[in-house]
Write a protein that binds this ligand. Sequence first.
Ligand code: AMP
Ligand code: MG
Length: 522
Amino acid sequence: MSETPVMKFDNRFVSELPGDSERQNVPRAVHGACWTAVAAQPVDCPRLLIYSPEVAADLDLDEQAMTAPTMLAALAGNALLPGMVSYASCYGGHQFGHWAGQLGDGRAILLGELINRRGQRFELQLKGAGPTPYSRRADGRAVLRSSIREFLCSEAMHHLGVPTTRALSLVGTGETVVRDMFYDGHPVDEPGAIVCRVAPSFTRFGHFELPAARGDLDLLRRLVDFTIDRDFSEHRFDPGRRLLAWFTEICERTGRLLAHWMRVGFVHGVMNTDNMSIIGLTIDYGPYGWVDNFDPGWTPNTTDASSRRYCFARQPAIAHWNLERLADALSPLLPNPNELSAGLDRYHAVYASEFCAAYAAKLGFKSWLNDDADLLEALFDLMHHGEIDMTEFFRSLAGLAVDDPELAVVRTAFYREDLAGQVAPALTRWLDRYAQRLRQDGDSAAERIARMNRANPRYVLRNYLAQQAIDRAEQGDTTMIAELLAVLRHPYDEQSGSQRFSAKRPDWARHRAGCSMLSCSS
Ligand code: AMP
Ligand code: MG
């Protein structure tokens, strides 16, 4: 019996879209092509640190397949399995509000498109597998800390019900990578790693922006046709309005995505247009973070600390700005580009309705009523000024007795005694108002609690938890990665013995690098 796992690949991106005729793997501008053939750079001592059993199952890979030496070689970039091809894709993007020109997969190498037994398509992508023509001055590698963060968070997001790229595996390369974490002249050797990411499509807004910016309308048209055909095949867009209908679909998906982020307290950190998925997934986990104390202005990304362009509360508006850049890119293909504004309007409408539905569920309401917006605004204000923990507050709120609303129920969500004292009177009044609203719904407590517990996670990948798993893994102990993955697979269930994974941020983590301050250096 052969040890090599059998997988079926069809690789449409490389067979249907133009590739780069130049084969040299040196940093350069790539014109007239969507991809460049490039081999991963082999590593000496790869080790499979963990894999996601659910993603493996999606790919029809069992434990034997996942632990085969040939699989490890593929996941480390040391060899290709039969049917795989390896290439980097070409895209551009707006970074921090400015057009940045060509970016491309600088450290991501695609391994082709796997078709599982159910006929579902998955692109596989190694992040950190070595340089490509799109690496510019960087090394094409990724460090263990950022790879652990991507592996755990993308899986956590999936189990929370948030659209996201997935992670199949985390491989330690056995090699070191030099990084100056805060760009302040302190480079250090860090352990290297490679994540194998999985998604139906890794295509980004920036894939369309680059040919548009270069005036290469042929390439733009081909990429649009290909994407609609491959990634939106379940949609029968009206042929006369195909591009407009497709753009509207992208806007709607992005609206749903942003409502999810705002519901769970996820801050992406780098919402550049090259980090926006055309199929509406969360993509590119870098200096992201989870809101602990509710702070609309919080950003985990130190690079963004002064302008706060990508802070928590601005995310929905930034997504709209990014969609406008995509609309700009598509405009040359339309006789009347103004019609794209209908899609942008749909973004607002879908975001608003999904956000309201999500918060109705979080607050335990049967449905969202007009006056609920005032109630929620007042709550956000109290949570902000009282520095109340978002996850802990909403989860605890289900315990409120509607006939006797007591502040004590949400007392554990406070970080600071002095602020708790300050907001207590206003919060007590708010809880009275809220209890009255719940009585209006007339649900049984059991119904309401069940609804709230399905909407308010007990466990999220708190920034300090990821950092603890990283600290241990850097000492050679990867057990906490597995423990976190196990807990985060069921974020809405109370799990006995797992209280430490739902604990609020401890004091030591408030200003520690990796816990509240992250950089793009990864
Ligand atoms: P990011 O900020 O991670 O979304 O990356 C922006 C651009 O820089 C993309 O084109 C990345 O592929 C590229 N990039 C980031 N880190 C590296 C690296 N270590 N080596 C090569 N390219 C990189
Ligand atoms: Mg990126």
